[in-house]
Design a protein around this ligand. Structure first.
Ligand SMILES: *Cc1c(COP(=O)(O)O)cnc(C)c1O
Length: 362
């Protein structure tokens, strides 16, 4: 039934207001905080029938590529940039494998702040670089990897009048925990299992914090098992030590010394979950499976969540008909080069019907 307003006219349905207004009571903001938002969050939770069949559970995909800049980073950035603006910052800076810079650039522009980003030269997907540039960030390509860029950015934050908006900024984690709130709001309770890619480990830390806070507030009755997945060539948590030269096709998780290492291991241990590694081959197979079988185009790093679920299967001790959520962290269009490399190049034919019919074998 359509809700009816006081005068008998249909009441307007409240549109999504962005992460801060939707979850204000759980976030470190006050009336004095200028809300800098692009109406991030409120992303689709898409059922995955074919994946469900393969895994033997009800699997749902949290499509974070539907955020304004195409990744979950917007959830944390709305809070980090709003707080930076509240505190009178003039400039923000971050190190990035790509999506943080895209998001920081967009939200900084919205707030009228200068934005500088340090990215590892040659290891950032084309779409992400385009975003940082078009939103007007000062982009510096560092001859080094993400971990080295982050070390410089942290020093910069101590020496220069700039706010660091990497996930070492606690406001990022605060915003990102809204993903867990949305899942509980959509499902009526926490899922049984939560699968997520792990790079710098801010997101798994944030989701776990969100699940804990929501249960504490009586919004849910239980907690999920947290399963985090690193790329095999960049799996410091699995190895138990930093990786000096991390390598993986999944550039968003090409990180050898995660800033939120402890947050990730705590989430895994406290929830009865774990952190495991998946190979680039498994990541790319899941990436293609999601696109061809579930019609969801995510970036390679995102597919690590599904690759991990397929490789490790469900954890022991779940009840019947468990619900599994896989977070697909970013949009496939971010990294067109990888997509093209995974398919055969389209055939060129003469511009005539006969040639089309012959080629399609119809
Ligand atoms: C940032 C990012 C990750 C990794 O998230 P962390 O919080 O660094 O663990 C995974 N996938 C995508 C698409 C990302 O942008």
């Amino acid at each position: 039934m359509t809700p009816v307003g006081e005068a008998g006219a249909p009441a307007a349905r409240q549109p999504w207001r962005g992460v801060i207004e939707e979850y204000r009571e759980f976030l470190p903001v006050s009336e004095a905080t200028p809300v800098v938002t692009l109406l991030e969050g409120g992303t689709p939770l898409v059922p995955a029938p074919r994946l469900s069949e393969r895994v033997g559970a009800r699997v749902l995909l949290k499509v974070e590529g539907a955020n304004p800049t195409g990744s979950f980073k917007d959830r944390g950035m709305t809070v980090a940039i709003s707080k930076a603006a509240e505190q009178g910052a003039k400039a923000v800076v971050c190190a990035s494998t790509g999506n943080t810079s895209a998001s920081a650039a967009a939200f900084a522009a919205r707030a009228g702040l200068t934005c500088a980003v340090l990215i590892p030269e040659g290891h950032i997907a084309l779409g992400k670089l385009a975003q940082a540039l078009i939103h007007g960030a000062k982009v510096l390509q560092v001859r080094g990897n993400f971990d080295q860029a982050l070390t410089i950015v942290r020093e910069l934050g101590e020496r220069a009048p700039v706010t660091v908006v990497n996930s070492v900024n606690p406001f990022r984690i605060e915003g990102q925990k809204s993903g867990a709130f949305e899942l509980v709001d959509a499902l009526g309770d926490a899922p049984d299992v939560h699968c997520i890619p792990v790079g710098n480990a801010g997101n798994i830390t944030a989701y776990w914090k969100g699940y804990l806070e929501y249960r504490e507030a009586g919004r849910s009755t239980r907690l999920p098992r947290m399963l985090g997945f690193q790329a095999a060539g960049a799996a410091p948590i699995v190895a138990g030590h930093p990786i000096e030269r991390p390598e993986t096709v999944a550039t968003a998780i090409r990180i050898g010394n995660p800033a939120s290492w402890y947050g990730a291991t705590a989430a895994a241990a406290e929830s009865g979950g774990g952190i495991a590694a998946v190979t680039d081959e498994q990541i790319l197979a899941a990436y293609r499976f999601l696109a061809t079988e579930e019609s969801v185009f995510c970036e390679p790093a995102s597919a690590a969540s599904v690759a991990g679920l397929l490789a490790t299967g469900l954890p022991d001790g779940l009840g019947p008909a468990p619900t599994v959520v896989c977070v697909l962290t970013g949009h496939g269009l971010k990294d067109p080069d990888i997509a093209i490399s995974q398919i055969s190049v389209p055939t060129a034919i003469d511009a005539e019907l006969g040639a089309v019919l012959a080629e399609l074998a119809l």
